[in-house]
Design a protein around this ligand. Structure first.
Ligand SMILES: [Zn+2]
Length: 147
């Protein structure tokens, strides 16, 4: 399933879960964001996913920014070489660390970690929304592994 159907299904499941278990919950930008993240996060391990592409861009930007911090200590040619190398290395690292598609991120362990993380950061209502959206992703993919 592509990102948009996962997103729409995840938001719908999160709304139903909220209606059943937390009827007074306020649908705000953070709660909708955590439900959206829950619906899309399992596919972060897919090279074509928007989240994976965002991670690659962030790695590249961090490398360049880190280089700019180091720039005063090196000459221009060395700085350009180091920036290019750091950018390539960070993107290569993102690709190397990428787990196989529908691996750990499509497991009950990942669902539990995501839900607990959302709960610790944003509270149990957000955990309910994010966890139910994450679970909808796993169910709609038909892939649910223990680990
Ligand atoms: Zn998936």
């Amino acid at each position: 399933m592509n990102a948009l159907p996962h997103l729409l299904l995840g938001l719908a499941v999160a709304a139903v879960a909220a209606g059943l278990f937390a009827p007074g919950i306020e649908f705000s930008l953070p709660t909708v964001a955590i439900a959206s993240l829950g619906a899309l996060a399992p596919d972060i391990d897919h090279r074509k996913s928007k989240l994976f592409k965002a991670v690659v861009v962030v790695f590249g930007c961090v490398a360049v920014i880190g280089f700019q911090i180091a720039r005063p200590h090196y000459g221009l040619a060395e700085s350009i070489t180091i920036a290019f190398g750091a950018g390539l290395a960070s993107v290569a690292l993102a690709f190397l660390l990428k787990p196989r598609h529908r691996g750990f991120t499509h497991s009950l362990a990942a669902l539990t970690l995501f839900t607990l993380g959302a709960g610790m950061v944003m509270g149990w209502e957000s955990a309910l929304l994010g966890g139910s959206a994450y679970a909808s992703h796993l169910l709609s993919d038909g892939v649910i592994k223990p680990f």
